[in-house]
Design a protein around this ligand. Structure first.
Ligand code: PRP
Length: 218
């Protein structure tokens, strides 16, 4: 009997955009996570199951072998550190960017030029720290876990570092994007021990995913 393969996914955009890649590998998830409270979802392949975890927990599950592989955003991967993870593939899904945003009435360019100390609220402290350090801008980082857009509106921070996709959330909160830090897409991550021990089952899966990835438009 072949060993069970466990794939960690987070609900929402990553789950939805991973489904076609799974289909290309002959895998169909048999339950809809939006309709079920189950955290372990069966697939049409008796030896493949999907576990639903929070987006930020996907690298941790895969690192420690709670899942053999997973799909996670580049942003989450950078914050996690990526240790113990084999990263074979950019799946080019769930694309967005990490940007700096401020209130429309905040003069970001002058603040940076004058060397003011910026208060920056973010969930992405590693990305923000590295970005501002490279620019030589002094920042006080304020760690938040969500609703970053509120921070400049309430006076908690001068700027935020957050994911931007359509830009609608910024616009709805009278914030403007002033710097684009990096483009984000989701990656496949694989537990290094599983890659060796379950190679016979995992390799064909990785190959099928690789074939099904849509290339980034030029
Ligand atoms: C992300 C991000 C922004 C929003 C940007 O939040 O933090 O709030 O999406 O998308 P937009 O540019 O298309 O408006 P998400 O909904 O992923 O939840 P989060 O607050 O838990 O990060």
């Amino acid at each position: 009997m072949s060993p069970t393969i466990t794939l960690a996914l987070s609900k929402g955009r990553i789950f939805d955009e991973t489904l076609p890649l799974l289909a290309a590998a002959g895998i169909e998830v048999l339950e809809d996570p939006e309709k079920s409270r189950k955290l372990i979802l069966p697939t049409n392949q008796p030896d493949v199951r999907v576990v639903l975890v929070r987006a930020t927990d996907v690298p941790t599950y895969v690192e420690h072998g709670g899942a053999d592989l997973g799909v996670t955003g580049k942003d989450t991967l950078i914050e996690h550190g990526g240790q113990g993870l084999y990263q074979p593939l950019d799946l080019n899904i769930a694309r967005c960017r990490v940007s700096v945003a401020v209130r429309a009435d905040f003069d970001y360019a002058s603040a940076v030029r004058q060397g003011s100390r910026l208060r920056v609220a973010t969930k992405y402290t590693s990305i923000a720290r590295d970005f501002f350090a490279a620019k030589g801008v002094h920042v006080d980082l304020i760690k938040l876990y969500g609703s970053m857009e509120l921070a400049p509106l309430t006076g908690l921070a001068d700027a935020i570092v957050d994911l931007v996709s359509t830009g609608n959330t910024l616009k709805a909160n009278q914030l403007v994007e002033v710097e684009r830090i990096m483009d984000i897409s989701s990656r496949l991550v694989v537990n290094q021990a599983a890659l060796k021990l379950k190679q016979a089952r995992l390799r064909p899966l990785l190959d099928a995913f690789a074939k099904a990835v849509t290339p980034i438009p030029a």
